[in-house]
Design a protein around this ligand. Structure first.
Ligand code: NAD
Ligand code: IPM
Ligand code: MN
Length: 360
């Protein structure tokens, strides 16, 4: 039986990196007889330009019908000043996440040993790093109501958002994180701001309640400011971290740098049944778009996660990850992970190298 993979290239470097990931997917599809069928749709700025909205109805329907989705990135300066905040590229991405209920965002920060010197941190701080950030993705301050900009007394403008989680939302992301920790090193650190924000006082309480079902997992709590500091001081103290939408967004970009570059960090965004959208953690990188400089590995590794989590093809995912490692062994580096003695390659040359490694 065939499986439908929807590809959403998006904006900026999105199309460049997705092209390389698609080449990889098409190759393994043939090699391993996976029965994947690919289609593409518009999202983000590309959709605004073509259809006037960041998430056309046809794209949303295709996303719902797909077995899995691979997204590049959305956004860029061209659309940043659009006066209607609903007509922004990022709304397209957020719309898919919320309409499909993709609440569980897994962001694994793994250091390939070949990149120990690419990180801005000392090699001994990052070598052997393997942490997983579990980010709640469809709630919190990103989606809370009310929100907006209003004019208050005296004609003063006031912007406001609402940071809200109910206990069910906290419990279900808690379970995702505890399950992940159980399958790894059984250590879970929940990150909050329970010294200031009531919503995270509840977050902490509910995490403690969920912990009762996971006596084999050691739960700890950390305030987010300390967590940011600890991530760069001694990141290997962490196994799995679980946190809300905004803290997870920020901490995962920081964690990305531990792996050498944000161009190395993949992600999976899953619903209650394990259906998902897969995307690099980075954005559309307008500063390097169209120049062949972008690192496609985060997207290629996201495609591997897609095969593992949504397409029942874990062995193929392992092969892709091994191919990435092999390419790094060949000393090939895009600009973002370049270091002395290595050979600098373009986005498509990096794709070529992964394809060649998979062909063996
Ligand atoms: P960004 O992640 O796009 O870029 C930050 C820096 O990292 C830039 O210097 C960029 O060149 C570099 N970078 C990112 N990905 C890279 C890659 N694969 N290879 C090499 N270098 C890479 O973040 P930003 O500049 O804050 O945001 C740019 C746009 O992207 C904004 O419109 C933002 O809203 C959007 N964005 C989208 C997503 C997404 O679609 N998932 C995620 C983050 C940001
Ligand atoms: C990410 C991005 C998105 C987020 C933006 C583009 C909406 O930064 O996927 O990390 O904040 O979730
Ligand atoms: Mn982000």
């Amino acid at each position: 039986m065939s499986k439908n993979v929807l590809i959403l290239p998006g904006d900026g470097i999105g199309p460049e990196i997705v092209t390389q990931a698609r080449r990889v997917l098409e190759l393994v599809n043939e090699q391993d007889s996976l029965g994947l069928e690919f289609s593409e749709a518009l999202v983000g700025g590309a959709a605004i330009d073509a259809e006037g909205v960041p998430l056309p109805e046809t794209t949303l329907e295709a996303a719902k019908a797909a077995d899995a989705i691979l997204l590049g990135a959305v956004g860029g300066p061209k659309w940043d000043t659009n006066p209607d905040f609903q007509i922004r590229p990022e709304k397209g991405l957020l719309g898919i996440r919320s309409n499909l209920g993709l609440f569980g965002n897994l962001r694994p920060a793994i250091l390939y040993p070949q990149l120990a010197h690419a990180s801005t941190l000392k090699p001994e701080v990052v070598s052997g790093l393997d942490i997983l950030i579990v980010r709640e993705l469809t709630g919190g301050i990103y989606f809370g109501q009310p929100r907006g900009v209003r004019v208050k007394e005296g004609g003063i403008r006031e912007g406001y958002n609402t940071y809200v989680y109910d206990e069910n939302e906290i419990r279900r992301i808690g379970r995702v994180a505890f399950e992940a920790a159980r399958a790894r090193n059984k250590k879970l650190c929940s990150v909050d701001k329970a010294n200031v924000l009531e919503v995270t006082v509840l977050w902490r309480e509910v995490m403690e309640e969920v912990a009762k079902d996971y006596p084999d997992v050691e739960l700890s709590h950390m305030y987010v400011d300390n967590a940011a500091m600890q991530l760069v001081r001694a990141p290997k103290q962490f196994d799995v971290m679980v946190t809300g939408n905004m803290f997870g967004d920020i901490l995962s970009d920081a964690a990305a740098m531990l792996t050498g570059s944000i161009g190395m960090l993949p992600s999976a965004s899953l619903d209650v049944n394990g259906k998902g959208m897969y995307e690099p953690c980075h954005g559309s990188a307008p500063d390097i778009a169209g120049q062949g400089k972008a690192n496609p590995l985060a997207t290629i590794l996201s495609a591997a996660m897609m095969l593992r989590y949504s397409l029942d093809s874990g062995a193929t995912a392992d092969r892709i990850e091994a191919a990435v490692s092999q390419v790094l062994d060949q000393n090939l580096r895009t600009a973002d992970i370049m270091s002395e003695g290595m050979a600098q390659v373009s986005t498509s040359e990096m794709g070529d190298a992964v394809v060649a490694a998979l062909k063996g």
